[in-house]
Every structure is written in C-alpha cells, then in structure tokens.
Design a protein around this ligand. Structure first.
Ligand code: GAR
Length: 204
C-alpha cells in the first residue's frame, strides 16, 4: 500500500513538522509530507520543508477578501499535491468551513495542553499559571470549534515546583513530537474509529 500523503499547515518554528518529517524519513510512519503551507512568510517551518525538498508555500491571508477564499486556495494546493490527511502543526488560525468540508475527519491538530483544559493560545503557560500538577498535550481531530474535536491521543507531563512556563513547554514539546507521529500512524493504518466525541484505536 502507498504511503499516506500529508499536507502540513504551520505558522512558525515547525518542530512538530520536523518530528513528522523525521519519523517519515526513518520509516517509522507509513506517511510522507507532500506539501507544507504557512500563513506566515517568515515561518521557519517553510525552511525546514525546503531543506527536505518538500514543496513549501506561503499563502498570505491578507490577500483575500474572506476566510473562505483564503481556504479555497489552500484546499487547491493540498489537492494539487494529493494530500489525504491535513496536519495542523502550530497553525495559529481557526479552521473554517471550506477546509472542514474539503477534508471531513481528515484534519488533525496538536495542542500543548490536556484538552479540554487550557484551549486556545499558550496552553502551556495557561496551565502553569493555573497551578495544575499535570499538564501535557493532545492530538485531536479538528471540528468547527477551537480545540474541541474528538481526542485521539494525550500524553501527560508533570508540572514541577521549579518549572517556568518555558521549561514546562519544553517538556511538553518533547511529548508532542512523540504522540503526533503516533496519531498519524494510527490514521495511516486505518485504525481510528470516531464514535461521537470518542475516538477508538482498533486493531486490524
Ligand atoms: C506547539 O507547541 C503546538 O502544540 C502549539 O504551537 C506549538 C508549535 O510549535 N499549537 C497550538 O498552540 C495550537 N493551539 P512548532 O511550530 O515548533 O511545532
């Protein structure tokens, strides 16, 4: 069977993109990144993709009259490259109807907190400020809400007394790099079954 073709959307540093590309290159996942799209021209994620010879495109949201038109262009790019699964990797925009309809139950996101706690921006810092003893990260399917879609995998990270928001974020990031490729692999194997809010990983 062919490899699952991934389109990755990223707005910044791109360490999750790197983890996915590394897992693919090492043969740890039956998937390959076929295109990377960013809403930010300076995103280092674009550079990381180009270093691997993967097409990397900046799409400027400011150039469009509406979110729908912006997403139409992205969907066109993803389709042109034959993307079968879309992975949001530090993509800092809310996905709209155009993308959701084009890729139903085929968009994943990684969030740096144990959802449904600490949704939105800076999940790591929100958790640290709140004083929780455990935080972590979540890979989930994307729906029309913000960080609300059905949860695929979570990893728990203890919060230490001497943590800062940054040290906690760094340990959470290590786990993000583990669970995102794992979730992609389960999808690639066709093992993810969504039943309402719940996602089950079934054995084939
Ligand atoms: C990651 O920590 C990711 O979980 C987070 O942005 C960071 C991107 O880092 N995403 C969100 O907060 C989405 N709400 P990266 O560019 O190095 O992968």
């Amino acid at each position: 069977m062919g490899k699952l073709r991934l389109g990755v959307l990223a707005s910044g540093r791109g360490s999750n993109l790197q983890a996915i590309m590394d897992a693919a290159a090492a043969g740890k996942i039956d998937a390959e990144v076929v295109v990377v799209v960013s809403d930010c021209n300076e995103a280092y994620a674009l550079e990381r993709a180009r270093q691997r010879g993967i097409p990397a495109e900046f799409v400027n949201p400011e150039s469009f009259g509406s979110k729908g038109e912006y997403e139409e262009l992205i969907v066109g790019l993803l389709n042109r490259h034959g993307a079968e699964l879309v992975c949001l990797a530090g993509y800092m925009r809310v996905v709209g109807a155009v993308m959701l309809n084009a890729f139903p139950d085929k968009i994943l996101n990684i969030h740096p907190a144990l959802l449904p706690a600490f949704q939105g921006l800076h999940g790591q810092e929100q958790a640290w400020r709140y004083g929780v003893k455990f935080s972590g990260c979540t890979v989930h399917f994307v729906d029309e809400g913000i960080d609300t879609g059905p949860i695929i995998i979570q990893a728990v990270v203890p919060v230490l007394d001497d943590d800062t928001a940054d040290t906690l974020a760094a340990r959470i990031l290590e786990q993000e790099h583990v669970i995102y490729p794992e979730a992609i692999q389960r999808f690639a194997e066709g093992r993810l079954k969504i039943e309402g809010r719940k996602v089950f990983t079934v054995n084939k």
